[in-house]
Each structure stands twice: as structure tokens, then as C-alpha cells.
Ligand binder design. Structure first.
Ligand code: NAD
Length: 495
């Protein structure tokens, strides 16, 4: 059995006492054991990162960015190797795993511009012979905690910007698919990143709780489910840390009566069933406005039945398995609930066996029609290959539904009307919005983040907002007097 440990101070550590199994979800077989760090191991990683901060924060931004440049080149060469590791532990299809790596590399490319991004501001002569300037300085040791569904991309939303700014990092990936972060740690070392700057701790709540409370952790970036995001935000904030905690989602796509139905159907297929629906930006609700609904459902049903599903390591597939046996059971349970609550199950993917992968955690795409807002399958995040169609009479009802939902991660509209699209983008209470674009994930040089219960904290991830999150601003006021400046006992004002 392969053993997966931690990466501290440039070295793989010996195993911890507590272990968790890691599976290949397509085969339904355990392939490795991952060490679950006790508090002492996390404390060691934090201490090493604190020591490394002294020298790393003094490395010039240009030299920090040169290491990231090398890493980007190396990732371009080794993308297939990393994608295979992701596919084997997560289950997503190989090409989709490559896609997530590319979206992660884009953040590395953004972070390579750190010498420009870190520049402060200066005002000459704020008072007589007095100048003022501001600089952006790193925070110290910062932590990242990531979910299972993007084992490479989500950590890369965090650490490239953090270390480019001069911080040192402790990464806690999901214990379900931990190998990608360890491979990245080794490759960063190969590119010249000094030991202790990027450390990987594997573990569960015990390890996370140390990161949330330890006095030497200055900031925490978290991505995962909403209940845990809320816990992370409240606990780490109580311990006076900066926190950005991104949570779950229920993303709607409005299809207006004037939309091109075939484009809307194709967009929905990829956005609902890609990565088996295990994406925080997956579209899980299609809101059909007016008389487009029948044609939309008929065309979606035909394509859902044709989904190509199998072991993600093979090429030419649309969808792989779900991540674990427990998650598969949970998603199927939601489908059962939808049926019992009265929604119409147009395509039932609950029973699916793949030849050669009989023990894998597979299910086919499911399509529900006539879903209403009171149903559990409408209200809760399912995080599986299940698309719900809600029929509404008009745009206003569709928009109100989205605004009333507790989540506000992503949404989109398919329409030919500029006026409706303008109203939608302006009024809708969601953080990331698409027009005739199903999954509006912002590029690395913009920021990613939802609203409402999809994000706790004030900063979105990456882009200029990421730089702000990982730096603190210092304002300096300077005078070089030629004579005695005298004492002032009243509140100083600039003369
Ligand atoms: P999760 O919340 O179960 O786990 C996320 C991380 O938190 C993991 O590293 C896990 O080890 C840790 N964790 C789990 N329980 C904990 C606890 N009680 N205390 C402390 N730490 C704990 O999420 P998941 O199942 O890995 O990922 C799926 C979820 O992530 C979905 O809800 C999805 O929408 C969300 N997600 C959100 C975004 C976003 O950008 N908003 C992106 C990706 C995934």
C-alpha cells in the first residue's frame, strides 16, 4: 500500500500514527494510506515556515517571481503526469484534470507579475517638505485548506499569490486526494523554492484546528462546503486572523424564451455534468422561462442519456465516477428524495455499472423536471450529476428565485436580449455572473468569489484582491529637516 505523508522543510516526513484510506474511485479500490497530522506535526510545519519567512520575505520580488516562472515551465512539461495523479484519486476525466491544472497555472502566471503588483503609492509634498508613501508587505505564515474537487487548481488559487508576496505557506489539502499537493511541493523545490516556504500537511479537523488557532498563522484561505466555511471563518476570525472562506453553491442558469435552445442545451450539459457535477460552479438548476421548457427538457433528456461515462484515465469520456462510495450514496439519496417530493425524474442515472469498473462509484446523469423551490433537491447543494429544471412564467420570477436562494456563487442567463441581460447582470445577487456563458469563472487576473452563504470574509481569491489579502499596507511619512523642527503640542496638521 502506497503511503502518503507530509512535506515539511523540503522533506517528506515519516508516517503519522493516524491514517485514512485513499481510493481510486473508478475502481472502487483503496490505493494508498494518507497520514493524518497530529497537532505537533502541524506546529512543526508552522515553526519551520516562520523561520523560512525571515529570509523569504527579503528575497526580491523579481527573484521570487523567477522561481514561479520556472515552476510554470515545469508544469507545462509535466501536466500529463499531474493530471493522471488527479484523475486516479479524484476520478475526473484526464482532459478535465488537465483543464483544472491550466486554470491553476494561470494564477501562477499572474503571480509572476508580482514586482509590478506589489508597487505602493507615493505623494510628494503632503506637507511642507514632507513626503508620504505606502508599501505592501507580506503577513508572515499563512495557511490554505482546500476541498477534494479541485486538488491542484484550488490550492493554486492560494499559494502562488501568497508566496509571491513574500509569505510562507502551510497547505492542508483534502485527505481524499492529497497527492497533487505533494507532487507540487516537490516540483517547487526542484525549481529552487527554499525549504520551509511551502509545506504540506495532510489531515482532518485536528490539523485544521491548529491552523485556525495558532498565534503564528496570520491568514487562512479556505475553500469547501458552507458549514465548514462558516466554522473556519468564525474560529479563525476569533483568533484575529484574516480569513477568506469560500463555501458551497446552487448555481442557476436562466434560459429565456428567445435563447438559442441548442446552445443553451450544450452549455447546460457541460456545466451540469462535467466533473460529475462536483464543481462549485456547476449549474445544478436550469430555469426555463415561458414556452421554451418542453423543447429544452426534451433535448436535455436525449443528451443526458448519451453521456459517455467511464474510468477517467481513458480518453474521450464526458464524466467519471463520484469521489467516494459515501458521496455516491448521498447523491443517490437526493435523487430518491426528489422523486418522493414529487419532481419528475425524466432521466434516472441511479443504476449504472461500467464494464471493468464494477466496483467504481459511478452513476449516470439524472434530469429532473417540474422542480419547485420548496423541494430539498432545489434548496440543497447535491454536488453530483443531477440537473433540476424549474419552469417559471417570466424573467422576474426567475430572478427572484435566484436572489432568494441562500447561495450566491455563480449564475448565468442565455438570451438574445441585451436589455434583459443588462438587467440581469445589474440586479442579480450573485458574485459571478455569465451572459451566454454557462460557467463564469473569472480569469486569474480578476478575482473569484461568491456572495451570500457562498463566501465568508471580505476578500475574493486571486487577482489584485488576492494580493491585498496576502499583504498588509504600511504608510510612511518622511521629512528630512535642515534645521530644528520644534515641538508641537496640538494635533499635528500639515502646513
Ligand atoms: P469539505 O468542507 O468537506 O472539506 C473541505 C476541507 O475542509 C478539507 O480539507 C477537509 O479536510 C476540511 N474539513 C472537513 N471537515 C472539517 C471540520 N469539521 N473541521 C475542519 N476542517 C474540516 O468540502 P469537500 O467535500 O472537500 O468539497 C466540496 C465542497 O466544496 C462543496 O460544497 C463545494 O461547493 C465547495 N467548493 C466551493 C468552491 C468555491 O469556490 N466556493 C470551490 C470548490 C469547492
Amino acid at each position: 500500500m502506497r503511503q502518503i505523508n507530509h512535506f515539511i522543510n523540503g522533506q517528506i516526513t515519516p508516517p503519522s500514527e493516524r491514517q485514512a484510506p485513499v481510493f481510486n474511485p473508478a475502481l472502487g479500490e483503496q490505493t494508498a494510506e494518507v497520514s493524518l497530522a497530529p497537532a505537533s506535526t502541524v506546529e512543526e510545519a508552522i515553526s519551520v515556515a516562520k523561520t523560512a519567512f525571515d529570509s523569504w520575505s527579503r528575497v526580491t520580488p523579481l527573484n521570487r517571481s523567477r522561481i514561479l516562472f520556472k515552476f510554470k515551465m515545469l508544469l507545462d512539461e509535466r501536466i500529463d503526469e499531474l493530471a493522471r495523479v488527479i484523475s486516479a484519486e479524484h476520478g475526473k476525466v484526464f482532459e478535465d484534470a488537465k483543464g483544472e491544472i491550466i486554470r491553476g497555472v494561470e494564477v501562477v502566471e499572474f503571480a509572476c507579475g508580482i514586482p509590478h503588483l506589489l508597487k505602493g503609492e507615493i505623494t510628494e509634498q503632503v506637507g511642507s517638505d514632507v513626503d508620504a508613501y505606502s508599501v505592501n508587505q507580506p503577513l508572515g505564515v499563512v495557511a490554505g485548506i482546500s476541498p477534494f474537487n479541485f486538488p491542484a487548481m484550488v490550492p493554486m488559487w492560494m499559494w502562488p499569490v501568497a508566496i509571491a508576496c513574500g509569505n510562507t505557506f502551510v497547505m492542508k489539502p483534502s485527505e481524499k486526494d492529497p497527492s497533487a499537493s505533494l507532487l507540487i511541493a516537490e516540483w517547487l523545490k526542484e525549481c529552487g523554492l527554499p525549504d520551509g516556504v511551502f509545506n504540506v500537511i495532510n489531515g482532518d479537523k485536528e490539523a485544521v484546528d491548529v491552523l485556525l488557532t495558532h498565534p503564528d498563522i496570520q491568514a487562512v484561505s479556505f475553500v469547501g462546503s458552507t458549514p465548514i466555511a462558516e466554522y473556519i471563518y468564525s474560529t479563525a476570525s476569533k483568533h484575529c486572523k484574516r480569513v477568506q472562506a469560500l463555501g458551497g453553491a446552487k448555481n442557476h442558469m436562466i434560459v429565456m424564451p428567445d435563447a438559442d435552445v441548442d446552445s443553451a442545451v450544450n452549455a447546460l450539459m457541460g456545466a451540469a455534468y462535467g466533473s460529475a457535477g462536483e464543481r462549485c460552479m456547476a449549474i445544478s438548476v436550469a430555469v426555463a422561462v415561458g414556452d421554451i421548457a418542453d423543447e429544452l427538457v426534451e433535448k436535455l433528456a436525449a443528451k443526458t442519456r448519451e453521456l459517455k461515462i467511464g474510468n477517467g484515465e481513458n480518453l474521450g469520456l464526458d464524466m467519471g465516477p463520484l469521489v467516494t462510495k459515501e458521496h455516491l450514496a448521498k447523491v443517490k439519496g437526493y435523487v430518491d428524495t426528489g422523486v418522493s417530493e414529487g419532481a419528475t425524474l425524466v432521466v434516472d442515472g441511479r443504476d449504472l455499472t461500467i464494464d471493468g469498473c464494477e466496483n467504481g462509484y459511478f452513476m449516470g446523469g439524472c434530469l429532473f423536471d417540474n422542480v419547485t423551490t420548496g423541494m430539498t433537491i432545489y434548496q440543497e447543494e447535491i454536488f453530483g450529476p443531477v440537473l433540476c429544471v424549474v419552469r417559471v412564467p417570466d424573467y422576474a420570477t426567475a430572478a427572484k428565485m435566484i436572489n432568494d436562494h441562500e447561495y450566491g456563487n455563480g449564475t448565468s442567463i442565455f438570451t438574445r436580449s441585451g436589455a434583459v441581460a443588462r438587467k440581469f447582470t445589474h440586479d442579480i445577487q450573485v458574485g459571478m455572473v455569465g451572459v451566454n456563458v454557462p460557467i463564469p469563472v473569472p480569469m486569474a487576473f480578476h478575482a473569484f468569489g461568491g456572495w451570500k452563504r457562498s463566501l465568508f470574509g471580505s476578500n475574493h481569491v486571486h487577482g489584485p484582491e488576492g494580493v491585498r489579502f496576502y499583504t498588509k499596507r504600511k504608510a510612511v511619512t518622511v521629512r528630512w529637516p535642515e534645521g530644528d523642527i520644534g515641538a508641537e503640542f496640538v494635533m499635528p496638521t500639515m502646513k
